[in-house]
Design a protein around this ligand. Structure first.
Ligand code: UT7
Length: 323
């Protein structure tokens, strides 16, 4: 028998306000056509004034708990991936813990920017495999609208706000690649690429800052590194791209998503795509996608999923799991 971390619930939350590409045409030298054709994005959600990352995360967490048929009392730990926590401290995760009425266990934030959810899944998996937790709520939640420079057309049209959550539960499995649950993980980072994607402020520099990105440089790294990490994780699990039912990619740019699928030899029919409706929601994009994909009937029990992401750091990675 092998202990595995199995997904038993999924949920998401998107703020009410939807902003179409055309809205940017009034204040920026940009067009709906440029944004659609260069990124695949058509619209995104922005949090209301006063609506925080932990608010979004709490909604998504409640939906995931309901989907799993459990309550917060059944959860041992919360791992929340975010780069846009409400406050410098305490963690947004402990705010979610309090909002859910959970008084036991532990909660913490994890920051790996757009790769955050892959890092969070890997850490939650390790907590479960080591026996420190039986059930973990893994959340990705962001309010990137708070760190946009609204005069920079090369970044502010690309990002959105949102949250997604999964419940991971320890289950005894046969120990083969037919098992449900997380089958393998692969994490990478290379800090030499800091200047390609960063926020030009922070606590230690006494400022908040705005997101800065050399988009075309990040793009150059993305397809190769994403296909590479996905194939490495598949190999670790004793599987190959041909075994994959669904790629659930980080949703930054439809051209990166298409390029990665092509490099892996997979069709776009095998990819869950939400970038057109959400934009880039950083750590929230991966958990948002299976939640939306499941409601579209795209993901079914037993499907083999590879999820992959790259972002600031650069940090990138992949997780292979059977739904
Ligand atoms: O999630 C974290 C990881 N992030 C990513 O994966 C993002 C990766 N990068 C990308 O998705 C793409 O590079 C972008 C969508 C950001 C940009 O697409 P691109 O095809 O790489 O365009 P570019 O940056 O090379 O810019 C092409 C032109 C430039 O004009 P010139 O220098 O050719 O005259 C830009 O100034 O497009 C211009 N441009 C715009 N034009 C209209 C940049 N932003 C805009 C805009 N509207 N919003």
């Amino acid at each position: 028998m092998t202990r595995r971390a199995v997904v038993t619930g999924v949920g998401h939350y998107l703020p009410e306000r939807v902003v179409e590409n055309a809205e940017f045409e009034a204040s920026l030298d940009t067009t709906d056509d440029w944004i659609r054709s260069r990124s695949g994005i058509e619209r995104r959600h922005f949090a209301a004034e006063g609506e925080t990352t932990s608010d979004l995360a709490t909604h998504a967490a409640r939906a995931a708990l309901q989907d799993a048929g459990i309550t917060a009392d059944d959860v041992d730990a919360i791992v929340l991936a975010t780069s846009t926590a409400d406050l410098t401290f305490p963690s947004a995760a402990t705010m979610v813990q309090a909002a859910l009425g959970m008084t036991k266990g532990f909660a913490f934030d994890l920051q790996a920017v757009c790769a955050g959810f892959v890092y969070a899944l890997t850490n939650a998996n390790a907590l479960i495999l080591s026996g420190q937790a039986e059930r973990v709520l893994v959340i990705g939640a962001e309010t990137f609208s708070r760190i946009m420079d609204w005069t920079d057309r090369s970044t502010c049209v690309l990002f959105g706000d949102g949250a997604g959550a999964l419940v991971l539960e320890a289950q005894d499995c046969a120990g083969t690649s037919d098992d449900r649950g997380i089958l393998s993980t692969d994490l990478n980072s290379d800090g030499r690429y800091k200047d390609l994607l960063y926020v030009d402020g922070g606590v230690s520099t006494n400022s908040t800052g705005h997101l800065r990105m050399q988009g075309n440089q990040v793009f150059r790294h993305a397809v190769e590194k994403l296909a590479g990490t996905a194939n490495t994780a598949l190999k670790t699990a004793g599987l190959a791209a041909g075994d994959v039912d669904w790629i659930v990619p980080h949703q930054a740019n439809i051209r990166i998503i298409q390029g990665t699928a092509k490099k892996m030899g997979l069709s776009m029919d095998n990819v869950v795509v939400t970038v057109q409706d959400h934009g880039n929601t950083s750590a929230a994009s991966i958990p948002l996608a299976p939640s939306v994909g499941k409601s579209r009937g795209q993901i079914k029990d037993g499907d083999l999923i590879v999820t992959e992401a790259i972002g600031g750091g650069l940090a990138w990675g992949a997780v292979v799991l059977r739904w």
